[in-house]
Design a protein around this ligand. Structure first.
Ligand SMILES: NC(=O)c1ccc[n+]([C@@H]2O[C@H](COP(=O)([O-])OP(=O)(O)OC[C@H]3O[C@@H](n4cnc5c(N)ncnc54)[C@H](OP(=O)(O)O)[C@@H]3O)[C@@H](O)[C@H]2O)c1
Length: 228
């Protein structure tokens, strides 16, 4: 059974990804920054819980140490935790957006690498966004063109680039970024848009369940590769 860690999995797309991977037989660790929310989500799904705040180095290393002691390896990492970082555009807000959406990926991935290297089919999926695609935000025909989310877009562009760089530096591990599709979650509640998390989680699950010879270093949505 694959051992899987999903960050920010107490709700939204992460929670639904956990539900679908559990149904496929994965042992799923719900990473959540809040103990009560994380334990509640894990209990609802029959998953395990690790406290994990992607902005806190100690909590990340403790979470991976817990998985190491219990399982001795990690097969699938889903970097899903994310925030919008909207409202004002200033230094503190930018630091928060980048800390969660980009630096968080570095923290969790670095802590997970030794465990991923013990897997026979290690896979990392980063839930990025087409809002971080240069192609999409400069294309007037795309909805991302009009999104007033500079910090979110820039931090997601960084998330996608980190995925590509990890794919190059870690050839034995698959690293792919995903645009899950516009989804009605707390993240998008202010915009009142999006489909169900269940539908978008399917896109994440496809990349989390690749065969050993599957692609690496790609950025995909449900229709295939997304231009950078
Ligand atoms: N919804 C969309 O249309 C859409 C489109 C493209 C990409 N995405 C991406 O999909 C991912 C999931 O978003 P969502 O739409 O499901 O939003 P969501 O319902 O707001 O879920 C976000 C999750 O991230 C967690 N999180 C935030 N900061 C964290 C931190 N420092 N440490 C650990 N967990 C943290 C949240 O935990 P708390 O409950 O503790 O806040 C929550 O579990 C994000 O990366 C988002 O950027 C979403």
């Amino acid at each position: 059974m694959p051992i899987t860690l999903i960050t920010g999995a107490n709700k939204g797309i992460g929670f639904e990804t956990a539900r679908q991977l559990l149904a496929l037989g994965h042992v799923v660790y719900i990473g959540a920054r809040d103990v009560e929310r994380g334990e509640k989500a894990a209990a609802a799904l029959g998953a395990r819980f690790v406290r994990l705040d992607v902005t806190d180095d100690a909590s990340v290393s403790n979470a991976l140490a817990t998985i190491d002691s219990a399982e001795g390896r990690l097969d699938v990492l889903v970097n899903n935790a994310g925030i919008l970082g909207h409202g004002v555009t200033d230094g503190p807000t930018a630091l928060r957006a980048f800390d969660t959406n980009a630096v968080g990926i570095v923290r969790v991935t670095e802590a997970a690498l030794p465990l991923l290297r013990k897997s026979s089919n290690p896979t990392v999926v980063t839930v990025s966004s087409s809002a971080g695609s240069f192609w999409a935000v400069t294309n007037p025909d795309r909805p991302e063109f009009d999104l007033p989310l500079a910090l979110y877009s820039a931090s997601k562009a960084a998330a996608t680039m980190l995925t590509v760089q990890y794919a190059k530096s870690q050839p034995g591990i698959k690293f792919n970024a995903v645009e899950p599709g516009t989804t009605a979650t707390d993240l998008t509640a202010a915009f009142g848009v999006g489909r169900t998390p269940e539908e978008s989680a399917r896109v994440v699950v496809r990349l989390a369940t690749l065969d050993a010879d599957g692609p690496t270093g790609t950025f995909q949505d449900e229709n295939g590769e997304v231009p950078w």
